[in-house]
Design a protein around this ligand. Structure first.
Ligand code: ZN
Ligand code: ZN
Length: 619
C-alpha cells in the first residue's frame, strides 16, 4: 500500500500547522493528488479539510508519524481535540497577512470557532473568500498540487475554480486596545490538545468568552461592524449554535449547576412542580433535568403531573351551552386540548366537528326576506348563522388572527369556518390580509355584510344564536388591534396597549427580560443564559426600549469597580410597568400553545411561566 518513492521529498510540519495544511504542502511538493497521498499513508482517501483536522483519530497521526519518520507526537497539535466537534464541523477563518508571511500554510487554531482575530497583525479574521464569497477551505480539490498555496479551491461554476489568492484579501484592522484582541490573546494560550479532553477546554473557553462579552461595549461592537459587517455575529453564532458540541456541553454544565438536591427538594418535592415545568422555567431540556434529578437522588414521580380537577357540570355548560371552543377551555384550565377532549368524552358530551364551534342542528327554511347568499349560508347547514355572525365580527378586525384572539378561537378554526362559508355561498367574501394591508371584504362580501346589518336579519341571527351571540367588538379593542397591524405587521406593539404583538424572533429576549422583573438584565448575561447572538440582543433591547417595554441605565462607577472587571461598563435593562401588566405576560405565555401545563394553585401563580427566579444559580 505504501509508496515510499512518491513521498521521497519530505516537508516538515510547522509549529501549530494544521494537518490539512501540512498534507497539502506535502502533496504539492511530491506532485501528487491529495487523495493518492492520504491513501499511500494508509489513512484512506481524504479530501475534506474540516474532517481531516477535526475528525482524524490520533491512531492515524501515529501511523503517519511512523511512516514519515517523524518523532512520536510531532503531529499532536495538527488536529483539534477529538470529541470537540462531534456534531457540527467548525468553519475556517484566516488572516491574509499570516498566509502571506508563511507561504500559504494554515494553523490548527484557525479552525477553532473562538479564534476570530489575529493578535500578530491585530486584525479581525476573514471567514469567507473575497472572490467567491463562500466559506473558505470547505473543500479541497483532489489535485491540490496543481494549485499554488493560499489559493481558494472552491468551484464556482462546473469546471471552474475560484483561484482567488486569499493572502491578497484586504486586512480588517482593529484598534490596538480593542477588547476582542485582548480576549483573543488569552484564548490563544489555551492548549490545542488537553489530556483531560474537550470538556476541560470548553470550560476554560466558556469562562473567557463570558468575560469578553461582559467587557465589550456597544461602541466596540460598532467598531467590529464597521470593519467587517456581520463578521462578529457569525463568529458568535458559530460558537454558540445549538448544533455544536460546545453548546451541548454548556447546557449540560448549566443543568448540573442548577438542578441540585436542595433545589429539586424545594421545587419538585415540596412545591409539587413537574419536571416539565421546572425544565421550562430554567430553560433546560426536560430529559436532562429528569436525568440530573435522578442522579442527585430525587425520586421522580411516574406520570409527572398532578391530576387536574374538573367540574364536569361547568365543563358541559361551557361547551354545550356557551359554545366555547376546546382551545378556549384548555386555556382556562391550563391544560392541553387533548386533555379537554378526554374530559368531555368522560362527561358524555358528543364533540363537535373540528372546524365548527357552536349551535345545534338548525335546518331552516327562510322566506323571501333574506338575500340569496344568506340563504345559501344557512339553509341545510349546521352553524350557518354562527359563521355569518363571526364573519360580521371578524371583518371589523385588520387580521384574522386579531379576530380569532377576540373571539377566543384558534385562527385555524376561524379560517376553516370562513372557508366553509365561502364554499356554501360559492364565492370569495374577503381579501386576506397581507403585510401592510389589512383584510377587506370583496364586493360580494360587502353586499353580504350590508344584508346582515338589516334589522330583520339581525333578529334572525339573534333568535338562532341566543345567548351564544358573539357581541360586536368595542371601538377601543378595534383601535388597538389596528395600531399593531396597520403599519408594519411584524412590528412590536408600543406600550401601553390592550392587544400586544411581538415578532416571534423577539420572543426569547422579551421573555427573558420579563422573567427577571426584580433583577436588571444586561446583554452579556442574556447571552450567557440563552445563547442568543450578542448583536441580536443589543438590537432587540434598543427596539424594546423605543417601544416602551424596558428602561435602561448605565452601570455606576461604584458598581463597575465592585465587580473588578475592565471594559466600559454595562447597561442595565428593567421592564416597564406597562410591560409587566398581566395581559402582556399572558400574551407571551400564550405564544407557546401546548407548552402550558397545569399548576396546582392558579390563584397565587398568575404567571406560571415566569415566576421562577434563576438569578442566583446561573452564572
Ligand atoms: Zn495574522
Ligand atoms: Zn473563492
Amino acid at each position: 500500500m505504501t509508496e515510499p518513492r512518491t513521498l521521497a521529498i519530505r516537508v516538515l510540519p510547522r509549529p501549530g500547522e494544521s494537518l490539512d495544511s501540512w498534507l497539502e504542502a506535502l502533496a504539492r511538493r511530491n506532485w501528487v493528488p491529495l487523495q493518492s497521498l492520504t491513501e499511500a499513508l494508509g489513512i484512506g482517501p481524504r479530501n475534506n479539510p474540516a474532517r481531516l483536522v477535526n475528525r482524524t483519530p490520533p491512531e492515524d497521526l501515529r501511523l503517519i508519524e511512523t511512516q514519515l519518520r517523524l518523532s512520536e507526537g510531532a503531529l499532536d497539535n495538527s488536529i483539534t481535540e477529538p470529541g470537540m466537534f462531534l456534531k457540527r464541523l467548525p468553519y475556517f477563518r484566516y488572516c491574509p497577512r499570516c498566509l502571506q508571511e508563511d507561504q500559504g500554510r494554515w494553523l490548527t487554531r484557525w479552525w477553532l470557532p473562538w479564534t476570530f482575530a489575529c493578535t500578530r497583525h491585530q486584525t479581525l479574521m476573514h471567514d469567507i473568500c473575497p472572490g467567491c464569497r463562500s466559506a473558505s477551505r470547505s473543500r479541497f480539490l483532489g489535485a491540490v498540487h496543481l494549485h499554488s498555496p493560499g489559493q481558494c479551491m472552491l468551484t464556482t461554476t462546473p469546471r471552474r475554480t475560484c483561484k482567488q489568492d486569499l493572502a491578497a484579501a484586504p486586512l480588517l484592522p482593529l484598534g490596538t486596545h480593542h477588547p476582542l484582541l485582548a480576549a483573543q490573546r488569552i484564548l490563544d494560550t489555551i492548549p490545542i490538545r488537553d489530556t483531560a479532553g474537550a470538556t476541560e477546554i470548553f470550560s476554560v473557553v466558556d469562562e473567557h468568552l463570558a468575560a469578553l462579552l461582559d467587557a465589550m461595549t456597544e461602541k466596540d461592537l460598532e467598531e467590529i461592524e464597521n470593519v467587517s459587517p456581520g463578521n462578529w455575529e457569525k463568529a458568535l453564532t458559530a460558537i454558540t449554535a445549538h448544533n455544536t458540541t460546545f453548546h451541548g456541553w454548556r447546557v449540560k454544565a448549566r443543568t448540573e449547576k442548577l438542578i441540585t438536591y436542595e433545589f429539586m427538594d424545594q421545587e419538585y418535592n415540596k412545591a409539587g412542580k413537574t419536571i416539565a415545568e421546572i425544565a421550562e422555567r430554567c430553560q433546560l431540556p426536560k430529559v436532562l433535568v429528569a436525568r440530573q434529578a435522578k442522579s442527585v437522588g430525587i425520586k421522580t414521580r411516574t406520570g409527572g403531573k398532578f391530576p387536574i380537577e374538573v367540574d364536569y357540570d361547568w365543563l358541559r355548560s361551557e361547551y354545550c351551552e356557551r359554545f366555547q371552543g376546546i382551545a378556549h377551555i384548555a386555556q382556562t384550565l391550563k391544560c392541553d386540548q387533548k386533555t379537554v377532549r378526554a374530559f368531555l368524552r368522560k362527561a358524555g358530551v358528543d364533540l363537535r366537528p373540528a372546524c365548527l364551534s357552536g349551535q345545534s342542528d338548525a335546518t331552516m327554511n327562510l322566506g323571501g326576506s333574506v338575500s340569496r347568499d344568506i340563504k345559501k349560508a344557512v339553509e341545510n347547514t349546521q352553524y350557518g348563522w354562527l359563521r355569518l355572525r363571526r364573519f360580521q365580527v371578524h371583518i371589523k378586525f385588520p387580521t384574522l388572527s386579531a379576530a380569532a384572539h377576540h373571539l377566543h378561537l384558534m385562527p385555524s378554526a376561524l379560517a376553516a369556518q370562513f372557508n366553509r362559508l365561502e364554499d356554501d355561498i360559492g364565492g370569495a367574501l374577503f381579501v386576506r390580509s397581507v403585510r401592510h394591508a389589512p383584510q377587506r371584504p370583496t364586493e360580494r362580501g360587502a353586499a353580504l355584510l350590508a344584508d346582515l346589518e338589516r334589522s330583520e336579519v339581525q333578529e334572525l341571527i339573534q333568535r338562532a344564536l341566543g345567548s351564544t351571540l358573539d357581541p360586536l367588538p368595542p371601538a377601543q379593542t378595534l383601535k388597538e388591534s389596528r395600531r399593531t397591524v396597520d403599519g408594519e405587521r411584524s412590528a412590536l406593539t408600543e406600550l401601553p396597549a390592550q392587544h400586544v404583538h411581538i415578532p416571534p424572533s423577539m420572543l426569547p429576549v422579551v421573555r427573558y427580560v420579563l422573567s427577571r422583573r426584580a433583577h436588571e438584565a444586561y446583554a452579556s448575561k442574556i447571552h450567557n443564559d440563552t445563547g442568543i447572538p450578542f448583536t441580536t440582543i443589543y438590537k432587540q433591547l434598543r427596539l424594546l426600549q423605543r417601544a416602551g417595554w424596558v428602561t435602561s441605565r448605565p452601570e455606576t462607577p461604584a458598581e463597575r469597580s465592585a465587580r473588578r472587571q475592565g471594559g466600559r461598563g454595562r447597561t442595565y435593562y428593567t421592564p416597564t410597568q406597562a410591560a409587566c401588566a398581566s395581559h402582556v405576560i399572558a400574551h407571551i405565555a400564550n405564544e407557546t400553545p401546548g407548552k402550558m401545563t397545569s399548576t396546582r394553585d392558579d390563584s397565587t401563580d398568575m404567571n406560571p411561566g415566569f415566576s421562577y427566579e434563576t438569578n442566583d444559580q446561573v452564572r
